[in-house]
Design a protein around this ligand. Structure first.
Ligand SMILES: [Zn+2]
Length: 349
């Protein structure tokens, strides 16, 4: 079968090549790949700065935003041929740490977890993949190819889960407004989940007009492209999805009283700013504010995300996917182009 592979650590090493069928040790479910989403992590791996091949191998099958159709599954495992399925990305560390031991590998303490398509395990960017039933998530068949949005949505389901757990430190937790910074796929999915919770949703992005603004307005949200809005809105919850240091700086202390700021973007170190730490600390303490970071997702978050996508407007979700590229031209999907929101690679059916 064909697979998109890379040599981690070597820039621009991606190619489509023949690889062996996935081994039974990858899991009892066999799925035929329908689509693969591409994100910033894939581009980082492609540029040679991140990613690890499985032990003893040179090349890594790329891809962690999966969607497949089950071809074979053992009886009684909860999956049957024809089901749409998404594979969970992370696997618990072999130790396991206290978090992995209770199924919260997203909170792994020792960093020895592995990840499909990223860290020491082959990804889902092949014509077929295998997966363990415990790491497979069923997708509403009505979603069709939109099921490929499940993995990015799981990241936001976790962000919301933790935001709400923090919120409930106060018995009167009753958020009314949300500000999302960044209107890429992660930001727009954060906004969708805010609308599903009945919040007044604001989205900030430096792009003026265009599909990001239209998608925000169609959700019923307000769109802002002036950085001043970050200081003016005073939201109860702020979800930062740009990973841009200057935006993150403006988010600190920007929530209303008892506000919660959730950071989801991964930044390169090395940007320095003059910050009035006294002012930020004073605001944070006097307002009972909380700023926290979140990454990855566990099984419960994938299930929450599957529920959220099943309840979303399919036409709206479809517009998040701005380019669909056939497997033979996968390299075009790895380019970041102006106007891209989510780009996917489609596999022949
Ligand atoms: Zn662990």
């Amino acid at each position: 079968m064909r697979a998109i592979t890379v040599t981690p650590g070597i820039a621009e090493s991606a190619r489509l090549e023949e690889v062996p069928e996935p081994p039974p040790s990858d899991g009892a479910i066999v799925a035929r790949t329908m689509a693969l989403g591409v994100c910033g992590t894939d581009r980082e791996i492609l540029s040679g700065v991140y990613g690890f091949a499985p032990p003893g191998e040179q090349r890594l099958v790329l891809g962690h935003e999966s969607l497949g159709v089950v071809e074979a599954a053992p009886p009684g495992c909860g999956f049957a041929p024809g089901d749409l399925v998404v594979g969970i990305v992370r696997r618990p560390d072999p130790e396991p740490c206290p978090a992995c031991a209770v199924g919260e590998w997203d909170m792994c303490r020792n960093g020895r977890y592995t990840e499909r398509g990223i860290k020491e395990r082959h990804g889902y960017g092949a014509e077929r993949f295998r997966i363990e039933p415990d790491f497979a998530v069923k997708v509403d068949p009505a979603l069709g190819v939109l099921g490929v949005l499940l993995e990015p949505a799981s990241i936001l389901a976790k962000a919301w889960d933790h935001t709400e757990r923090i919120g409930h430190r106060a018995r009167a937790f009753e958020p009314r407004s949300l500000l999302v910074t960044g209107a890429g796929p992660i930001g727009l999915l954060a906004a969708l989940m805010g609308v599903q919770r009945g919040l007044a949703v604001h989205v900030y992005d430096h792009n003026k007009g265009g599909p990001k603004e239209a998608l925000t307005r169609e959700l019923g949200g307000s769109y802002h492209s002036d950085p001043e809005s970050l200081r003016r809105l005073s939201p109860d919850i702020l979800i930062e999805c740009t990973g841009v240091p200057a935006v993150i700086r403006d988010c600190l202390g920007a929530t209303g009283p008892a506000g919660i700021t959730c950071l989801t973007g991964v930044t390169e170190p090395g940007k320095h700013f003059d910050l009035d730490i006294g002012e930020i600390n004073r605001t944070t303490v006097l307002n009972n504010d909380c700023v926290f970071g979140t990454v990855n997702a566990n099984r419960r978050h994938y299930e929450m995300a599957a529920d959220s996508l099943a309840r979303a407007d399919k036409r709206w979700l479809a517009r998040l996917i701005t380019r669909r590229v056939p497997l033979e031209r996968f390299d075009e999907a790895l380019d970041h182009r102006k106007g891209d929101i989510k780009v996917i690679v489609e596999f022949a059916q």
